[in-house]
Design a protein around this ligand. Structure first.
Ligand code: GLA
Length: 413
């Protein structure tokens, strides 16, 4: 034994030296001279996919159609996104939420429901892309989706590959039926799978805020839901669903965590679905815009009245949401039901909301110091809903705000 070993060690040692030399020598040969040496590059953050540098804009099937999705509906929505002017206003993603799934095939690859999507997902993706739009799908980190369809747990890499083959550009990834899974681990696994698919896919985490995704989501995905599901009411709670204002009050405090490529997601828009007044929908849209929230319409965009269009297509409000600085606006003052919100803009201006939650009209005044400006400045003002320039003001601006309404301004010193 001893003799055998003493012969083996030198052989292994020589082999090791050879391996090391083979690795080192080529690297040494191309090494730059010391004075040109670059500092070692840190590993880029794992989700630096370069996507969603401004909050994603699009349409999603869930709020209006729930499980009633099929290829005819999705094509109609893609057509409407173009013909309504939404595409020109910046909306891009057509996202099919839950219930598009059929079974997995013999090899485990997920298929679309053949009755609802007889032409298949690749054809639907092609249709969407031919219009210059982008294609989004939904899955779930558990064994089943919330609607009981096959989830991605255990099939992450296969599903990501299949989505890439279909031309998917956006994945919303839900959290039903996940048992004791750790959210950060589960979402990281799917992030790795999406990256390995070789396709650029915006990753939308839908974990409802349970495991504080704002603390870790930035290195995993592009947006993360911060609350339970929205429902089409001004205020209130029903099981896991929250009214618009209840969502706002949770999402507001998370402003430090948002930025280009990584957004808090207070859920999709209800504008046009009928449960709020026109004023309330304008407030809803303004709050989503100033919070740098994803603007994902959730109504039937093929049958919009003029009021709904005027809200969803207000380009000046959208410009606040899409501002390149990517700061989430926040509440800077509150006096009972009267609030002032501000969002710094890339050009040094501020988007401002004068927001009256109350049941009576109220006067609201914003002082420049509340916006981080010296009092003595004269500032130009633009009312984004009236689409009018107002007279320049020094120090402050005061106006009446109707119940449940906002006055939305851009202030420029
Ligand atoms: C969860 C999500 C919703 C929607 C449904 C689909 O409730 O939070 O946004 O995707 O599942 O079943």
């Amino acid at each position: 034994m001893q003799g055998k070993r003493s012969k083996l060690i030198p052989a292994a040692f020589v082999l090791m030296l050879l391996t090391v030399a083979l690795e080192i020598l080529p690297a040494m040969a191309v090494e730059a001279p010391a004075d040109d040496a670059q500092p070692a590059q840190a590993e880029p953050p794992r989700t630096m996919n370069g996507l969603a540098l401004t909050p994603p804009m699009g349409w999603n099937s869930w709020n209006k159609f729930a499980c009633n999705v099929d290829e005819k509906l999705i094509r109609r929505m893609a057509d409407a996104m173009v013909s309504s002017g939404m595409q020109d206003a910046g909306y891009r993603y057509i996202v099919i939420d839950d219930c598009w799934h059929g079974e997995r095939d013999r090899d485990g690859f997920i298929q679309a429901d053949p009755k609802r999507f007889p032409s298949g997902m690749k054809a639907l993706g092609d249709y969407i892309h031919a219009k210059g739009l982008k294609f989004g799908l939904y899955s779930d980190a558990g064994r089943k989706t919330c609607g009981g369809r096959p989830g991605s747990q255990g099939y992450e890499f296969q599903d990501a590959l299949q989505y890439a083959r279909w031309g998917v550009d956006y994945l919303k990834y839900d959290w039903c039926n996940t048992g004791t899974r750790n959210a950060q681990e589960a979402y990281t696994l799917m992030a790795d799978a999406l990256r390995a698919s070789g396709r650029d896919i915006v990753f939308s985490l839908c974990e409802w805020g349970n495991q504080k995704p704002w603390l870790w989501g930035k290195t995993v995905g592009n947006l993360w839901r911060s609350t339970g599901d929205i429902y089409d009411k001004w205020q209130g709670r029903q099981k896991y669903m929250l009214g618009m204002l209840d969502i706002v009050d949770i999402n507001e405090s998370l402003w430090p965590y948002a930025g280009p490529g990584h957004w808090n997601d207070p859920d999709m828009l209800e504008v046009g679905n009928g449960g709020m007044t026109e004023t309330e929908y304008r407030t809803h849209f303004s709050l989503w815009a100033i919070m740098a929230a994803p603007l994902i319409a959730g109504n039937d965009i093929s049958r919009m009245d003029e009021t709904t269009k005027r809200i969803l297509l207000n380009r000046e409000v959208i410009a606040v949401n899409q501002d390149a600085l990517g700061t989430q606006g926040r509440r800077v003052a509150k006096n009972g039901d009267q609030e002032i919100w501000a969002k710094p803009l890339a050009d040094g201006g501020r988007a401002v909301l004068l927001f009256n939650r109350g049941e009576q009209a109220a006067e609201i005044a914003v002082g420049w110091e509340q916006l981080g400006y010296p009092r003595h400045l004269s500032a130009r003002l633009r009312d984004l809903w009236k689409q009018q320039d107002l007279a320049p003001q020094v120090g402050r601006y005061t106006t009446m705000v109707e119940p449940h309404a906002v006055v939305m301004l851009v202030v420029q010193p």
